[in-house]
Design a protein around this ligand. Structure first.
Ligand code: SAM
Length: 193
């Protein structure tokens, strides 16, 4: 992120909104005690910290940007229910099925190879687990336009590609709300548990 993005993303008002939004989304799953939740692209950790306060979950949160992870660690102090790591969403350092819930907000559009990140999120989800995905995603023409505008540093997922990828990955739709450019979905990974 550039300095302006960083300033906006870390603003108090936005952090508060993101935290409440995360709570509303995760509440749809009603996580039970001991649920293992992964926050992909956690930024300053505002949502992570809030989720750990509101639900009986243990949270691992990753971000590629060491400065954001530092901010998140400072804010978290020594909470035993949270661990922050510097990691790339395209190569998550976790074993298959390691999490019950994967939550990601406004992150994949920052990743040119966002499909790799999406597959990784599915890989680390246990069968029967939920992927809560929120990001900007539009039609193909808009994605191509935004990519030309923003350069190769951005991914700008395409809605049709997201649907196809979710289907190929064996995800079942639990909640789907595409609105304007924003796209929020909860998918359940097929399987027994
Ligand atoms: C717009 S911020 C969103 C942060 C947070 N999820 C929120 O909603 O406030 C996007 C975040 O994605 C992170 N990011 C970008 N590429 C990434 C990657 N390949 N792996 C992990 N995180 C990445 C950035 O460092 C940044 O913190």
């Amino acid at each position: 992120m550039n300095r302006i993005e960083r300033f906006l993303v870390n603003s108090h008002l936005r952090s508060r909104c993101v935290a409440r939004y995360a709570e509303r989304m995760v509440a749809m799953i009603r996580p039970g005690r001991g649920t293992r939740l992964l926050d992909v692209g956690c930024g300053n950790g505002a949502a992570t910290l809030w989720l750990a306060r509101r639900f009986p979950v243990s949270i691992t949160a990753i971000d590629l940007d060491p400065a954001q992870v530092r901010l998140a660690c400072t804010a978290a102090g020594s909470s035993p229910a949270i661990r922050f790591l510097i990691a790339d969403a395209r190569r998550l350092p976790f074993s298959p099925g390691a999490f019950d819930i994967v939550w990601t907000n406004k992150t994949t559009h920052h990743i040119p190879q966002w499909q790799e990140a999406f597959r990784e999120m599915v890989r680390v989800l246990r069968p029967g687990g939920h992927l809560i995905y929120c990001d900007f995603a539009g039609p193909k023409w808009l994605s191509s336009f935004l990519r030309r505008l923003g350069g190769d540093d951005f991914g700008w997922p395409v809605r049709g590609q997201l649907h196809a990828l979710a289907g190929e990955s064996g995800l079942e739709v639990v909640h789907l709300k595409p609105r304007m450019l924003n796209y929020e979905a909860i998918w359940r990974r097929g399987g027994d548990r």
